[in-house]
Design a protein around this ligand. Structure first.
Ligand code: COA
Length: 178
C-alpha cells in the first residue's frame, strides 16, 4: 500500500489489484468508457465478464513483468493502470501500459502518481528495460503527462482508432529503463 498526498490536500492510496476487485473495476471501467473517446473502448464496449476480469487480475499478479495498479480517494476507485510485458523470452523486457482516471478527478495528480508507481516498479523489477504506450495524437493532456515523465515520441500510426465514423492517428511513445 502506497500513500501520496495530492496537491489539493487529499490522500491518494495506491495498491496493486486483487482478483476480488473485478466487480468494482468493471463498474469503474464502464463509467470511464462513457467519459472519454481517448480509449480503445466506449460505453458498454469493454466486453469482459467479472470472471474473466478476476482471472486476468490473478494472472497479472502471478507474473513478474505485468502489473495492475489501482488508485483510491476516500476508499473509492478513481484511477487504474495496467502494464503488460511480453510473454516470450525475447520480448519479456518490454511492454505497453494503459491508464485511466475518473473525469471528476482529472488534474489532481492521480495520473502522475500511477505513472510514478509504474516507473519505480519497472526500475526495481530488473526485467523491464522499456515501457511503451500508444496515445491518440490529439490527446494533449495524456501526451503532456507522458512527456513529463521522460517518454519520447517514437512514431505515428495512421488510422489506429475508428470512432463515430472517423479515423484518428496514434503516437507511439516510449521510456527506456536503465
Ligand atoms: C490522461 C489522464 C490519465 C491524466 O490523468 P490526471 O490524473 O488528470 O493527470 P495529472 O493530474 O497527474 O496530470 C498530469 C499532467 O498532465 C498534464 N496535463 C494535465 N491536464 C492538462 C491540461 N489541461 N493541459 C495540458 N496538460 C495537462 C500536465 O503535464 C500535468 O502535469 P502537472 O499537473 O504537473 O502540470 C486522464 O486525463 C484520463 O484518464 N483521460 C482519459 C483516458 C485517457 O486518455 N487515457 C490515456 C490513454 S493513452
Amino acid at each position: 500500500m502506497n500513500y501520496q498526498l495530492l496537491r489539493n490536500g487529499q490522500m491518494l492510496t495506491i495498491r496493486e489489484a486483487k482478483h476480488e476487485d473485478a466487480s468494482m473495476f468493471l463498474d469503474y471501467i464502464s463509467k470511464v468508457g462513457a467519459e472519454t473517446d481517448n480509449l480503445t473502448f466506449g460505453e458498454g464496449e469493454f466486453g469482459i465478464s467479472e470472471e474473466e476480469e478476476a482471472n486476468f487480475i490473478k494472472s497479472l499478479a502471478k507474473s513478474d513483468n505485468q502489473l495492475m495498479v489501482c488508485a483510491f480517494l476516500d476508499g473509492k476507485l478513481v484511477g487504474q493502470l495496467v502494464f503488460r510485458g511480453g510473454l516470450r523470452q525475447r520480448v519479456r523486457h518490454t511492454g505497453e501500459f494503459g491508464i485511466t482516471v475518473l473525469k471528476e478527478h482529472w488534474h489532481k495528480g492521480v495520473g502522475s502518481e500511477l505513472i510514478n508507481y509504474l516507473i519505480t516498479w519497472a526500475r526495481k523489477s530488473i526485467i523491464i528495460r522499456k515501457i511503451n504506450l500508444r496515445v491518440r495524437s490529439d490527446n494533449h493532456n495524456a501526451i503532456n503527462l507522458y512527456k513529463k515523465y521522460g517518454f519520447i515520441s517514437e512514431g505515428a500510426i495512421t488510422r489506429e482508432f475508428f470512432i463515430n465514423g472517423k479515423f484518428f492517428d496514434s503516437i507511439h511513445m516510449g521510456l527506456e529503463i536503465d
